[in-house]
Design a protein around this ligand. Structure first.
Ligand SMILES: *Cc1c(COP(=O)(O)O)cnc(C)c1O
Length: 374
């Protein structure tokens, strides 16, 4: 049996967890939390990093930080995870869903401006499969209209746009360390704050609306309730696991890229025969090998493939359902037509991708796909 995902353990995570327990502080913002945030700030030049309990929580912090209020509008792709927009809906926002590009699940930047109104308070982009959106174009739109940009960089760790790390473009950016991502901590995430003006308030929101962080730095002599917030900080146990992963980041990324390239070269023939499409990469974007997907010619092709692969012990999975067609959204909104999002909903298929997947297994998966089309 080849699962779709298997959480990776480098080994050193267990030592760090034991050490965190020995240090006698299990709640958040201890030694390992600090090590992790410093790692990201130094390696990628992020202005400020706050570890969170999930990417979902980082996005919820972003919505609070941007003062999203009932009636405000937020622009987002429809082909994304629920959390991308739910975080903003929790604050009362209405979502303006934008289609994916034709050749890639990323947002079609050319459609963003058509959706900007006087009520637009944020533009959210998702770097699907860790491949950058066209950030020059999107940053220009955000600047021109003076609307803050949020990157849902959940899948985009260690990925770049024209040499600049993803997560460094938005006023705020959210990453995930969920066990299905490249770098993991079980459940976990981080908020990257690139707009300096938002840093102090972010610390408060993350600590239940208190100024506890500045108290511990000795900036105030008692801490109290100064804003709204929640408990968005992860335990040291999670941070310890994460730090073990970060020490192995280069190895993890190299291995995933090797697997990715094997898939691509094995499946080239099927692409040339017009049976499937392979992921498009852009000149401006790196590939962090978060995901290997294929695009089938029809939903029937895809269902057949999933079934056939399952018979051969291989677990492949489709991905998002267009959010503009979700039951929840349609309760309060009219149906709109976003054909590219629907196309990816129906035809995109993700293949097993995890550190321990062997190249022999990749070959077997690709042979099995070819057999399905024979
Ligand atoms: C995984 C993912 C999330 C959610 O991350 P969590 O850490 O599980 O909350 C949000 N957006 C995208 C695009 C994701 O891939």
């Amino acid at each position: 049996m080849i699962p779709f995902n298997k959480p990776y353990l480098a080994g050193v995570e267990l030592d760090y967890i034991a050490d965190a327990i020995k240090k006698g502080k299990l709640s958040g913002d201890g030694y390992y939390t600090k090590k992790c945030s410093e790692y990201f700030e130094q390696r990628y030049g992020f202005k400020k990093v706050l570890l969170t309990t999930s990417c979902t929580d980082a996005l919820e912090m972003a919505a609070i930080l941007l003062d999203i209020k009932p009636g405000d509008e937020v622009i987002s792709p429809s082909y994304t995870f629920v959390s991308t927009v739910n975080a903003f809906v929790l604050r009362g926002a209405n979502i303006r869903f934008v289609d994916s590009a034709e050749e890639h699940p990323n947002i079609d930047y050319q459609e963003i401006e058509n959706n900007i109104t006087s009520k637009t308070k944020a533009i959210i982009v998702v770097h699907y499969a860790g491949v950058a959106c066209d950030m020059d174009k999107i940053t220009a739109i955000s600047k021109k209209h003076n609307i803050p940009l949020v990157e849902d960089a959940a899948q985009a760790v260690d990925s770049f746009y024209k040499g600049k790390p993803l997560g460094s473009f938005g006023a705020l950016s959210a990453f995930s360390f969920h066990e299905t991502k490249n770098i993991i901590s079980g459940e976990g995430g981080m908020l990257v704050i690139n707009d300096e003006n938002l840093i102090a308030r972010a610390e408060v929101i993350r600590e239940k609306g208190t100024n506890r962080a500045s108290f511990f730095r000795g900036e105030v002599n008692k801490y109290g309730w100064v804003d709204i917030g929640s408990s968005f900080l992860p335990s040291e146990l999670n941070a310890a696991y994460l730090y073990g992963q970060l020490e192995n980041l280069d190895d993890i990324q190299a291995r995933r890229k090797e697997i990715w390239q094997r898939y691509e070269s094995n499946l080239k023939t099927l692409q040339q025969q017009g049976k499937i499409e392979l992921p498009v990469l852009f000149d401006y974007a790196t590939n962090n090998a978060h995901m290997f997907y294929i695009i089938c010619n029809s939903v029937e092709d895809r269902s057949g493939l999933i079934e056939e692969l399952k018979k051969r012990g291989i677990y492949s999975v489709f991905h998002y359902l267009s959010l503009h067609k979700s039951d929840y959204f349609l309760q309060n909104n009219d149906l709109i037509d976003l054909p590219n999002s629907d196309k990816f909903q129906d035809t995109l298929l993700r293949l097993p991708m995890f550190y321990e997947l062997t190249l022999e297994q990749v070959d077997y998966i690709c042979e099995s796909i070819a057999a399905c089309f024979a």
